[in-house]
Design a protein around this ligand. Structure first.
Ligand code: SAM
Length: 189
């Protein structure tokens, strides 16, 4: 991925209730440019396997990781070490925040970024530790929609026009149907 690393940190995951929407969150992150999907709350290897299977077919290598102590992880990320010994930038998506399109031009891009997405209940410290609390409109809606709109504004057109290295299946954009090149199948012929 070009530019500084971008992580998505999903808080408060519940294996019984959240797999579908959380898989969508990871897939939107993958498709629109995230490098890592970090899951806090319950661990779920099965959900990670779904994402890995999309990587295997459609390319890219977005990593999935379970984070046992998200608040410690976040505290460390914003204050001392984003993975390279220096602090990173945490951007919390919340309907209570400032308008995302106004915030984005002020956010530095020369450091790793973590986009934080809440679950059922977001701890108050997330608002304090994050350097930015941004809203995609001040109405409650969906973490998937909030993430998609944010990444589109963050990366611009590049967000939705990505090609991934190592793809087995390549979709040929077409106005009139499904055109998919299967590289493995071609090689066999
Ligand atoms: N009740 C939770 C709380 O205490 O904030 C919110 C639950 S909401 C379904 C799940 C997540 O979606 C939020 O934590 C936030 O990350 C995201 N979200 C929902 N609406 C949003 C909005 N208008 N702007 C930004 N993010 C939003």
């Amino acid at each position: 991925m070009a530019g500084e690393r971008l992580d998505i940190l999903r808080l408060g995951y519940r294996r019984g209730r959240d797999p579908r929407i959380t898989t969508h969150l990871a897939l939107v992150g993958r498709a629109l440019g995230a490098d890592r999907f970090l899951l806090a709350g319950d661990d779920d290897e099965k959900m990670f396997d779904n994402v890995k299977s999309v990587n295997a077919r459609f390319g890219g290598d977005m990593q999935c990781e379970h984070i046992k102590s998200p608040m410690s992880w976040l505290r460390r990320f914003v204050s001392e070490d984003a993975g390279d010994g220096e602090a990173g930038v945490a951007i919390h998506l919340t309907m209570y925040g400032e308008p995302f399109r106004e915030a984005i031009p002020r956010i530095r891009r020369d450091r790793p970024v973590a986009i934080i997405v809440g679950g059922a209940k977001v701890p108050g410290d997330v608002y304090k530790l994050s350097q930015y609390n941004v809203a995609v409109g001040n109405q409650p809606h969906s973490e998937v929609a909030a993430l998609a709109l944010f990444l589109d504004a963050w990366y611009g057109e590049a967000a939705s026009e990505r090609n991934f290295d190592g793809a087995r299946l390549i979709i040929e954009p077409s106005p009139d149907g499904k055109k998919v090149i299967d590289l493995e199948h071609q090689e066999e012929e």
